[in-house]
Design a protein around this ligand. Sequence first.
Ligand SMILES: [Zn+2]
Length: 412
Amino acid sequence: MTRAERIKNTLQKTKQRRKAQRPVVYELKLQNLSKRKTEALRKAFLEAKWLYNWLISDAERLNIPANKVSIVDVKIGDTYEQRELAVLGSQIKQEIADRLKDNFRTLKKLKENGHKVGTLKHKRFVNSIPLKQYGVTYSLDFARNRVRIQKLGKFRALGLCQIPAEAEIANAVLVQKPSGYYLHVTCYLPKNSHGSQNPIGSAVGIDFGVNSKLTLSNGLKIDFEVRETPRLKRLQRKLARSQKGSRNREKIRFLLRKEYEKQNNRRRDAQNKVLAFLKLCDAVVFQDDNVKGWAKLFGRQVHSSGIGGLKSRLRASLETAISVNRTETTTGECFVCGKEHRLSLSDRAIECSCGWKCDRDVNAALVILRKGLGLDPEQAVGLDRPELKPPEREAAARILGSSPYIRVSFPQ
Ligand SMILES: [Zn+2]
């Protein structure tokens, strides 16, 4: 077999294997960095930027094998100066060039399909470096909690314990954030590695509202909101007052980025907890409506609750997620008989001539559940009333109760 045939063969085998796998990205933090290591990392991102901008300014340069490039021209003011690439590994340089080639190819394809595309521009910051080949550009040492990156050396890493033994480790990205340096490692796990242990074991419908953010068909209400901190507001005011182009302004900018990163982490953590709870259900049904439309109506409130993010993550990470078309009416419909009611925003409950009386959001969640499971009102009576079973109550208190940004209210 020739080399090209062998590569083709492995690619096909990988493709086959991926069908039974799902990708998971784990975030590792590089820890206890010495001054020398911090400097090397900072330099690596600077060199990555130099290389990127050098490659982009002349498309012919992409034909040169990037792993052989060791000196690039860097624009300083109006002139060009030569800089040496000292800390970037040869394969890493190649991968930066490959990523750029991919981007060019995508842009070309978009253009061919009639989309309006711009060109790739010079970057002021490069905040991620691709490390594609596990075992070559980077490797993980589980026993000693270390990661090794080509030419940069070994680093102590926090979070290696998240990666399960059966994971197949693929590529990684070295990421620079205001709070430090991270490695995002993509792994492939067997598709059925969770979901067999469902202590709650029933289907649940969710109504996404604005006031009490999530209402489940079992009567549970989950409200989560990560508001802007006073510190964030103070920094924004300071930035507005600072002089353009000054050092002080750059410093405030950095602090702001750091504060935003923290806020995103809090929001993500709250979302993770809601997702972890929902993963315990056999099926999760929600209405796929337009969150962007809400944001226009209600402004920041929707944004800070992170509902939009939660929905897309629900769709992506729960194999059990079912969505109901957003054109289906759910809020005014009686769960038991299907009769339409006109509810105004101030009506908190639905009361139907058939005898059904229920909280309006819980009713909506029940209707969503019924529609998601494809049942008619007559068939759905078996699903019956909102009811929170003791294991559900326990799981909700344990998982959701551990975040200060989540408020849970149990049905009376
Ligand atoms: Zn009714």
